[in-house]
Structure formats: structure tokens, C-alpha cells
Design a protein around this ligand. Structure first.
Ligand SMILES: C[S@@+](CC[C@H](N)C(=O)[O-])C[C@H]1O[C@@H](n2cnc3c(N)ncnc32)[C@H](O)[C@@H]1O
Length: 204
């Protein structure tokens, strides 16, 4: 997948670029980039941004390493979101979490969102760019139909998730959000944690 990822994404990346850049313009403080893939975001961060990128796939990780701009403050670790809290060199809390095209792929969406909540400092920003299920449309029904075939082919990527709804249900509120079409439905958002709701959920 790593070898095909950039060519496969090329036709979309022209349109995704300004969404990526819009979000990364808001990245501040200590930044965690989850599932950095081949490192497509690395040249888009503000100069001197303090980025801790994680990527569990070794081939993706190796490609991403090569994309780190010389002199930048970006480092990458070959680990997953589930393991990140066990890595000593990685901070325990972040001012920004970058989550682009990754919530479609993680094994457990709700568990990952809970980890985001633990890792994000109060007032911190979650920057989200995800393709989402085109619910309530014929295309959405098609996605549901082909998802079992698509998933293994596309390295675990799900076409049927509504990451926007899961994030909001978990207590993230969008300071800025937009829905757009690009082949399928997409969601871009700058989100913050609703501390009261997050506390209510934690205490059951
Ligand atoms: C579709 S790629 C997106 C790459 C990059 N974020 C981008 O915007 O192009 C999804 C990436 O998420 C990574 N990933 C999958 N499960 C993960 C996990 N549990 N923790 C962190 N990253 C994960 C995959 O290895 C893959 O590189």
C-alpha cells in the first residue's frame, strides 16, 4: 500500500491540499500527527512547528521519514495511536492533534477518539479531515455494499463511518466545520473538547 499510496491519492490531493493547508495553518504548540502515512502534510506545517508524528506501518513510516524537511522540528515514530501513551519520548499531552484520513482506518473508532480526548490539553485543537459515509444516498448504499471488498484492498479503510457524528457524540465541538463532495462526502473541522460533556461521559 505504501508504494501505491501517493500515486493512488494523486488525483484527489490537488483538491485536498487547500483543506490540509487550511487546517494546518491552525496547528500550534506541541502537535501530534496521527497516522502520518507517507508524510504528505510535513511540508505544510508552519515553520518550526513542533510535530510528533506517528505511523504504525513500517513501509509508510520509512517513506514519511524521507519527507521530513531538513531543519524542521518534525520527528516521526513507528507506532500506533493505541501505543502512543507507552512511548516515553512522546509527550503525554498536546496542544493540537492532526487526524487526516486516519479515523476511517483505525481498528476501533470510539477507542481512538477516547485516546484523542486523553491526549488533548484543555482548550487544545483537533484538526480533522476525513471522508465519511455518504449516508442517505444511493452512493451511500453502494459504499455499504462494497465496503467488505474495499477494506482489505485499501489497508483497512472503511467507507461506512460517520467520524463527524462519532466525534461530536464523544464531546468534540466544531469551532469551524465544512462538508464537501470529492468523489464521496468529506468532513473538515477544527474541533475542541466540550469539557463539561467530556466529564459527564467519563463519570458515567
Ligand atoms: C489513508 S492513510 C492517511 C495518511 C495521511 N494521514 C494522509 O493524510 O495522507 C491512513 C494511515 O493511518 C495509519 N493508521 C492505521 N491505523 C492506525 C493506528 N491505529 N494508529 C495510527 N495510525 C494508523 C495507516 O498506517 C495509514 O498510514
Amino acid at each position: 500500500m505504501a508504494a501505491f499510496y501517493d500515486p493512488f491519492m494523486q488525483s484527489l490531493e490537488g483538491d485536498l491540499l487547500h483543506h490540509r493547508q487550511f487546517l494546518l495553518n491552525s496547528a500550534q504548540g506541541k502537535i501530534l500527527e496521527v497516522g502520518a502515512g507517507t508524510g504528505v502534510n510535513f511540508t505544510l506545517y508552519p515553520k518550526h512547528a513542533e510535530v510528533y508524528a506517528i505511523e504504525p506501518s513500517k513501509p509508510m513510516f520509512k517513506r514519511a521519514m524521507k519527507k521530513i524537511p531538513p531543519g524542521s522540528n518534525i520527528r516521526i515514530y513507528n507506532t500506533s495511536i493505541e501505543e502512543v501513551e507507552n512511548i516515553q519520548e512522546i509527550p503525554a499531552a498536546f496542544d493540537t492533534i492532526v487526524s487526516m484520513l486516519v479515523l476511517c482506518t483505525v481498528k476501533n473508532l470510539d477507542t481512538t477518539i477516547e485516546i484523542y480526548k486523553r491526549l488533548l490539553r484543555p482548550g487544545g485543537l483537533l484538526l480533522v479531515l476525513e471522508h465519511i459515509h455518504a449516508s442517505n444516498s444511493l452512493y451511500g448504499k453502494f459504499q455499504t455494499l462494497i465496503n467488505p471488498i474495499w477494506r482489505p484492498f485499501a489497508d483497512g479503510c472503511n467507507l461506512t463511518r460517520r467520524q463527524d457524528i462519532s466525534l461530536k457524540t464523544a464531546g468534540f465541538i466544531p469551532a469551524n466545520e465544512t462538508y464537501f463532495r470529492l468523489g464521496t462526502d468529506w468532513y473538515r473541522a477544527i474541533m475542541q473538547l466540550n469539557e463539561k460533556k467530556s466529564h459527564r461521559l467519563k463519570s458515567g
